[in-house]
Every structure is written in structure tokens, then in C-alpha cells.
Write a protein that binds this ligand. Structure first.
Ligand code: NAI
Length: 445
């Protein structure tokens, strides 16, 4: 099938490449000229495991095109995906300006009927806004063309995005049209083998499903972080508690890992956006507001520990930071806990020596050159002469470090473990101070 994808970010690029791989002809349109030019040269702008060969193979085979030419993109696909960003606006609601700009573009250039698919995460009612926008432009143009707007939210996980798109656990389609459902079935047929993965529903339910999924996951994390904070004060070990509760199949082991807060481009903004949506219809979402509040506080946890450990004086201290991305296997630092930590360390006069396996360029792009940030080439180099080590991201590369080297390199042999990677007793038996999340050890008063 001929497909067009607007927005070549984490979602659009992965989705486009995966669709091309099964034989669809995909044109990707983006307003970012640099991004499009890089992709044409085979340079992939984001890090996702398995993405580079997939994109290169399909680009070379001619099934995947990259362009800034929106008219060409609109002409190409019967199916037009909108996969642009929906960042929070000033009050935390999802900013729909990019989604509606694409809707306008499609309506401006379309010469035949189109199926417009909202792939971006958008609030309930957005499909109606996209419809109204397209209808208004068509009316201005004085042309009568049929179009449908479908909600097809994306559930991929950064860091496993290719695998998630190739083997989705569900494909949610929001439409009231049997003909559109049939087309979407045809599009996703290669991914719908073995057992039924399409869950077809009305548009509004599909839109809400995406927010409900992310808010549920964020809730699990904030719940565990709250338990971890209690464990810390009560002298219990949350890791033992995690195992104890996860063994109940009604709770399960997934997504109950305590840590230094959730980040990324989705959970923080989606929880906030659903809170605003709820408030706009007169509902006070107490639980979601708490999920957000607990997370904001949790992101400050590592800093509070470090500050308390050094008696409130961080002026001139050098702090090694392992892990900058918001989670492993991605270079994405949007809303990452590492950023809250580093910015607070800088405000307190400390110098950061940071290392991340994939996010160094992203850190450079975000923070530029500053005298209190040293981006180091290896995790070992980051330790050199540092006063303490803080682990922000659970990359595999950090899971079994050479503790002798850590001890020799640090001026104060102490680790603040934001992801509970290490065994507190083992480290303490070696003479290394250890503060995790909810491990029964606290430096805080
Ligand atoms: P992104 O920020 O990585 O990419 C968005 C792209 O859209 C950029 O390349 C930008 O230049 C482009 N763009 C903006 N305006 C445009 C226009 N008028 N025409 C063409 N291109 C335009 O965003 P990301 O992370 O891919 O997210 C996209 C949507 O998918 C968001 O709504 C997000 O919430 C949702 N989502 C993201 C997931 C993730 O893990 N990143 C997972 C599931 C959903």
C-alpha cells in the first residue's frame, strides 16, 4: 500500500521503516530539512536498536523516501499518518499546533480521498478537530473530497521501538467506518498474524486508551516510589518488598521498579495532559495529580541525598554521573531525571563529569559547552577525581562495574544508585558508601 508519514521522529521513523520492511511504499515528510538530508545520506538522527540497517535497507530498496515536499507526500499515500510531536503547552495540555498544521497541509494538497491517521498521542476530541480543520480548508479550496480521520495511537517503547512495532502486542484502531477498518486491517495484516491484535473501537475510546495506558504505567512507578520512600524511612528494603508483591499475579513484576523518577517524552507530558483534559470537563483527577507530584519530588531525590551527604556544601565538588538518557537503549534525554540532578548540582556550585553510552551528543546539544559539565569518553573516565558517583540510568554497561576502580578513582567512595543496580551489603562490606532508592539507608535527617 502507499503510505505517507508526517513527522520523522521516534514514532514516525520507526513506524515508516517497519511498514516499508513488509513491502508498503512509504514516503516520510518532515519540516526539519537537516533531518531529511541526513536520512538521505543514511545518517539516522536518533538511536534505536536495529533501526539503522532497517532504514538503510528500505531506503536503498526504494520503499522508503524522505522529503520536505509536503505536496509530494500528500499525493503519494492513500493513508496519511500524522506522527508529529504533541508537547505540553503552558498549562500542560497537549499542544496540537503541529498536528493541526499537518491536517491543514494534507487538506491543502489532497486531490483524492484520504485516510488520515492520528498516530501522535492526542487528547480525546482531536480527531474531530482534525476533521474540522480538513473540512474548512477543503471548503476554502471549493473542492469536495472524501476523507476519514482514524485514531491509531502508538504503544512502542523507546529503546525497543523497532521490535515493538514489528511485533505489537495490540494495534488500537479508532473508527466508526467499516471501510476504513478494512483498509487499516490490510495495512497491518503483516503484523496481525497468529492471533488477533487489532482492537477496533470508536475514535474517542481509542484516543483515551493511549493516555490510560501511559497513566497506568506512570501510576505503577509513582506508587512504587512512594513505597520506596517509606521503606527508606522505616528501615525496609524496597527490593525485597518488590519481589514480595510482584509474585502476586494480580500485581505482577512488570513496571514496579522503584527509581529516581520517570522521564522521557511521554509519561510526564501525557499524565499532565490527561489531568488538564479531566479538569476541562469538570473532573478533579486526584490520583493522576498525585502521580505527577510524587514523580516531580522523586526526581529531586538523588540531589537531596548527595547534598545531605556533603553536609549541604557542594561548592566545587566533582560529581560523576553515569547515565543521561531517561532510560537505557535510547539517546533521548527529554524530561530525564539526570537533567534535574545535573541542573541542581550546577546551581549548588558542583561540577559534573558525565558519561552515557548513547546520549553524549544529545547532552552536548542541550547544554552546549559549559565549564561545570565535562562529558567524558568512558564511564571510567567520568570517575577520575570525582567526589562521588551517581547512577541515573540502568544501562547494562553500568550493572557490573569494577568496584575496585570505582573505589580507587573516587575521592569519597560513595555511590548514589538511582536505579538500585547494586547490592548495598556487598558495597558496604568493601568500604563503599551506598545510597539507593528505598534500601533502608538514608542520609536525609
Ligand atoms: P519527535 O519530536 O521525535 O518527532 C516529531 C517530528 O515531527 C520532528 O522530526 C518534527 O520536525 C516533525 N514535524 C513537526 N511539525 C511537522 C510538520 N508540520 N510536518 C512534518 N513534520 C513535522 O516526536 P516523537 O517522540 O516521535 O512523538 C511523536 C508523537 O508520538 C507524540 O505525540 C508522542 O507523544 C507520541 N508517542 C511517542 C512515543 C515515544 O516513545 N517517543 C511513543 C508513543 C507515542
Amino acid at each position: 500500500m502507499k503510505v505517507t508519514v508526517f513527522g520523522i521522529g521516534y514514532v514516525g521513523l520507526v513506524q515508516a521503516a517497519v511498514l516499508a520492511e513488509v513491502g508498503h511504499e512509504v514516503v516520510c515528510v518532515d519540516v526539519n530539512v537537516e533531518r531529511v538530508e541526513s536520512l538521505k545520506k543514511g545518517i539516522i538522527p536518533i538511536y534505536e536498536p536495529g533501526l539503522t540497517p532497517l532504514v538503510q535497507r528500505n531506503y536503498e530498496a526504494g520503499r522508503l523516501q524522505f522529503t520536505t515536499d509536503a505536496a509530494h507526500g500528500v499525493k503519494h499515500g492513500r493513508i496519511q499518518f500524522i506522527a508529529v510531536g504533541t508537547p505540553p503547552d503552558e498549562d500542560g495540555s497537549a499542544d496540537l499546533q503541529y498536528v493541526l498544521a499537518v491536517a491543514k497541509t494534507i487538506a491543502t494538497y489532497m486531490e483524492s480521498s484520504k485516510i488520515i491517521v492520528d498516530k501522535s498521542t492526542v487528547p480525546v476530541g482531536t480527531a474531530d478537530k482534525v476533521s474540522a480543520c480538513v473540512a474548512a480548508v477543503l471548503a476554502e479550496r471549493g473542492v469536495e473530497l472524501g476523507f476519514d480521520v482514524v485514531s491509531n495511537p502508538e504503544f512502542l517503547k523507546e529503546g525497543a521501538a523497532v521490535a515493538d512495532c514489528q511485533r505489537p502486542d495490540r494495534i488500537v484502531i479508532g473508527t466508526d467506518s467499516a471501510a476504513v477498518e478494512e483498509k487499516m486491517r490490510e495495512l497491518y495484516a503483516p503484523f496481525n498474524r497468529n492471533h488477533e491484535k487489532l482492537i477496533v473501537m470508536d475514535v474517542r475510546s481509542a484516543e483515551l486508551t493511549k493516555y490510560a495506558a501511559n497513566c497506568m504505567l506512570a501510576t505503577k512507578i509513582s506508587f512504587m516510589n512512594e513505597m520506596a520512600n517509606l521503606a527508606e524511612l522505616l528501615g525496609a528494603d524496597i527490593e525485597k518488598v518488590r519481589q514480595g508483591i510482584g509474585s502476586d499475579p494480580r500485581i505482577g513484576y512488570h513496571f514496579i521498579y522503584p527509581g529516581c523518577g520517570y522521564g522521557g517524552s511521554c509519561f510526564p507530558k501525557d499524565v499532565q495532559a490527561l489531568v488538564r483534559t479531566a479538569e476541562k470537563v469538570g473532573y478533579v483527577p486526584e490520583l493522576l495529580k498525585s502521580v505527577e507530584a510524587v514523580n516531580s519530588r522523586q526526581k529531586e531525590k538523588l540531589f537531596s541525598h548527595v547534598e545531605a551527604y556533603f553536609g549541604g556544601d557542594l561548592q566545587g565538588k566533582r560529581i560523576a554521573v553515569w547515565g543521561l538518557s531517561f532510560k537505557p537503549n535510547t539517546d533521548d534525554m527529554r524530561d530525564a531525571s539526570s537533567r534535574v540532578l545535573m541542573e541542581k548540582l550546577w546551581a549548588a556550585g558542583a561540577v559534573v563529569q558525565a558519561y552515557d553510552p548513547e546520549a553524549m551528543n544529545e547532552a552536548q546539544r542541550i547544554y552546549g559547552t559549559r565549564s561545570d559539565l565535562n562529558l567524558m569518553g568512558t564511564k571510567e573516565a567520568a570517575l577520575n577525581g570525582a567526589d562521588a558517583l551517581v547512577v541515573c540510568t540502568e544501562w547494562n554497561a553500568f550493572k557490573a562495574p569494577d568496584f575496585d576502580l570505582v573505589q580507587e578513582s573516587l575521592k569519597h567512595p560513595v555511590i548514589f544508585d538511582g536505579r538500585n543496580l547494586y547490592d548495598p551489603d556487598l558495597l558496604e562490606s568493601r568500604g563503599i558508601g551506598y545510597y539507593g532508592i528505598g534500601r533502608g539507608r538514608s542520609v536525609l535527617g
